[in-house]
Design a binder for this molecule. Sequence first.
Ligand code: COA
Length: 264
Amino acid sequence: MTYQLLTIERRRYGVTWIIVDNSPANAIGEELMQELEAAVDDLAADSAVRVVVVASSNPKIFLAGADLKGMVMQSGNLADEENFIAKKSARMQACFQRFASMPKPVIAAINGYALGGGCELALACDFRLMGNGKIGLTEVSLGLIPGAGGTQRLTQIVGRAKAMELIFLAKKLTAEEAVENGLIHRSVDPTNFEAEVTAFAEELAKGAVHAMGLAKQSINAVDKGLEQGLQVEAQAFADTFLTDEPSIGLAAFFQKQAANFIQE
Ligand code: COA
């Protein structure tokens, strides 16, 4: 697919950046969602892509959430189609779920405002590294609620009590506050943002990324309950042997060498 609102940059060690450029605020409308869906499928299927980084070309805004202007303009469709808004919400949920289930590590590189749906996309990523800006599920301040997975993922990530507080009060947190609340993994010096994200992404990319993908599948199965989760884990453990990573890792261990999982 040819992208208009995204740039896909393939960098060293299979680290691949999805850079969103949907001026003025990287709001998520239909076109951006279609491109995100296509990109996530392309990169998930591409074995040369070892780690995905989601970022923005806007120096101040990561993603400003759902397209509020589009929402207002489309409000006329409410009468036309049954459950129009619920379908829109489900569409965005499904798009972000594809990021959450991508079988490789996904990093949200948040260097600006990540509000509403922008925060929800970040919550669907495996790692959230943040420099400038503020992050939060701010929908309630507009009389809405998070509808792209935010009520579920924020609750899983920070716990029920904290999620209630952050969502009800539409809190916008700085990187330091977001670390304190357990919403992001790391606060990064904004002046060294890209270099620090790159260093972390490359550290992951040099590892056994297929094993990481299988561990992710297994971790995600925690929602299914212990019995089913253990079944998923056992199968994922077995599936590690479908790749060459165990032979590389085990051989390196016995040779007392560092494992090199990136085979040319
Ligand atoms: N959807 C559509 N357009 C949006 C938008 C959104 N979610 N967020 C911002 N914009 C538009 C603004 O209307 C403005 O357009 P204009 O130039 O035609 O007036 C433009 O983007 C720039 O936004 P502005 O508010 O002037 O920039 P800022 O730098 O002062 O603030 C934000 C940036 C992201 C903090 C602010 O725009 C904001 O709070 N946006 C809404 C975020 C939100 O509530 N998202 C939840 C959606 S459910």
